[in-house]
Design a protein around this ligand. Structure first.
Ligand code: NAP
Ligand code: F7E
Length: 336
């Protein structure tokens, strides 16, 4: 039985990846950090999909700021595969807490790579790199496109990307970068723009909210479906040789279009509810990200199946169902 360690387990991607690895028969170890309230809601949904928590799944307290905690995990678990998804992942927030973002999102990667090196465990390593690294370099972006990050988050991810390449070259670690473009789902954090929109649409349709305040409506993004993107992470670690891959749909849409399609789904006109608010504008913006995932298609056999209209539809359906459960008081949080 293969053993995997996943950081960022409680996040969107971590929860889907745990689900995937458990379905493939892995023993899975996740990391959670101390929080004053439950932060394991998504992972509950993932591991209880069969009605119980499998024996092959464990959660451990650790923090990416605490090198000893991650080193101990790697040493004790001796994972075959390490998926490093933990990060301060919010671009706008990274302008408010740049040093913390550099520490967790940038140095956190080195802490984990050092843990693998120091333990001597031959773990394969996946780094959650990001299209944000391309920043202002014009689309389409692929593995050969130069980086020009436009946020503290983007800068930290560039550090993580090159650290991964360096540990591969210096220490012969099977370390790969997945350069993932935006990917979304009903488990997306509520303050990222897609989820902010779909959640608001569900609430407005139910008469619980009257307006939606957004920032830059002209930004262009390449939005895919998160469960398909974690499949690509797994595929990268099954290759004989480590490498770097862009994962994207190649389709471009503006934030305005996302809002338009989302409101139309419930029979509403977005212009009646969306208010432009300078509070959500960023000091420097990434105007357009559109990925070219040809290499992933050719080498990994990976291709996206869920496209824009279907993605928006699924997210609206998920937020509508979630709201119904919340209103009926059917959501109960338990510790994992
Ligand atoms: P997410 O939902 O924001 O999840 C981030 C995870 O990191 C959470 O589990 C969070 O824990 C954990 N974390 C944050 N600070 C930590 C710390 N100090 N110590 C330990 N864990 C910590 O992110 P996501 O959307 O799943 O993305 C997964 C990874 O891919 C991230 O590295 C992100 O930067 C990267 N990425 C995402 C996208 C995308 O479109 N989603 C695209 C490219 C790259 P809590 O639950 O306790 O907050
Ligand atoms: O913004 C604009 C905003 O926060 C998308 C992270 O997963 O993907 C994500 O980063 C666009 C930006 O995602 C609002 O200015 C307008 O142009 O949903 P977002 P992001 O910044 O692209 C990359 C690939 C990652 O790696 C990151 O971890 O939408 N926008 N109005 C808004 N954005 C937000 N959050 N809120 C608004 O009100």
């Amino acid at each position: 039985m293969k053993r995997a360690l996943v950081t960022g387990t409680t996040g969107q991607d971590g929860s889907y990846l745990v689900e995937l690895l458990l379905a493939k028969g892995y023993e899975v170890h996740g990391l959670k950090r101390r929080s004053s309230s439950f932060n394991t809601g998504r992972i509950e949904e993932a591991v209880r999909s069969e009605g119980h928590r499998p024996d092959r799944f464990s959660m451990h307290y650790a923090d990416l700021a605490d090198a000893a905690s991650v080193t101990n995990l790697v040493r004790d678990i001796e994972p075959d595969e390490v998926y490093h998804l933990g990060a301060q992942s919010h671009v706008a927030v990274s302008f408010e807490i740049p040093e913390y973002t550099a520490d967790i999102t940038g140095l956190g990667t080195i802490r984990l790579l050092e843990a693998i090196r120091a333990s001597g465990v031959p773990s394969r390593f996946y780094q959650a790199s990001s299209s944000e690294m391309f920043g202002s370099t014009p689309p389409p972006q692929n593995e050969a496109t130069p980086f020009h990050p436009r946020s503290p988050y983007g800068c930290a991810k560039v550090f993580g990307y090159w650290s991964t390449v360096n540990y591969r070259e210096a220490y012969d670690i099977h370390a790969s970068n997945g350069i993932l473009f935006n990917h979304e789902s009903g488990r997306r954090g509520e303050t990222f723009v897609t989820r902010k929109i779909t959640r608001a649409v569900a609430r407005i349709a139910a008469g619980l909210q009257s307006e939606l305040r957004l920032g830059n409506l002209d930004a262009v993004r390449d939005w895919g479906y998160a469960p398909e993107y974690v499949e690509a992470m797994w595929l990268m670690l099954q290759q004989d040789e480590p490498d770097d891959y862009v994962i994207a749909t190649g389709e471009a849409h503006t934030v305005r279009e996302f809002a338009e399609v989302a409101f139309a789904q419930v029979g509403l006109n977005w212009q009646d509810y969306v208010v432009e608010d300078p509070r959500y504008m960023r000091p420097s913006e990434v105007d357009a990200l559109i990925g070219d995932a040809t290499k992933a298609k050719e080498k990994l056999g990976w291709e996206p199946k869920v496209h824009f209209a279907e993605l928006v539809k699924r997210m609206i359906e998920d937020d509508t169902t979630l709201l119904e459960h919340e209103l009926a008081g059917r959501l109960v949080r338990v510790e994992l």
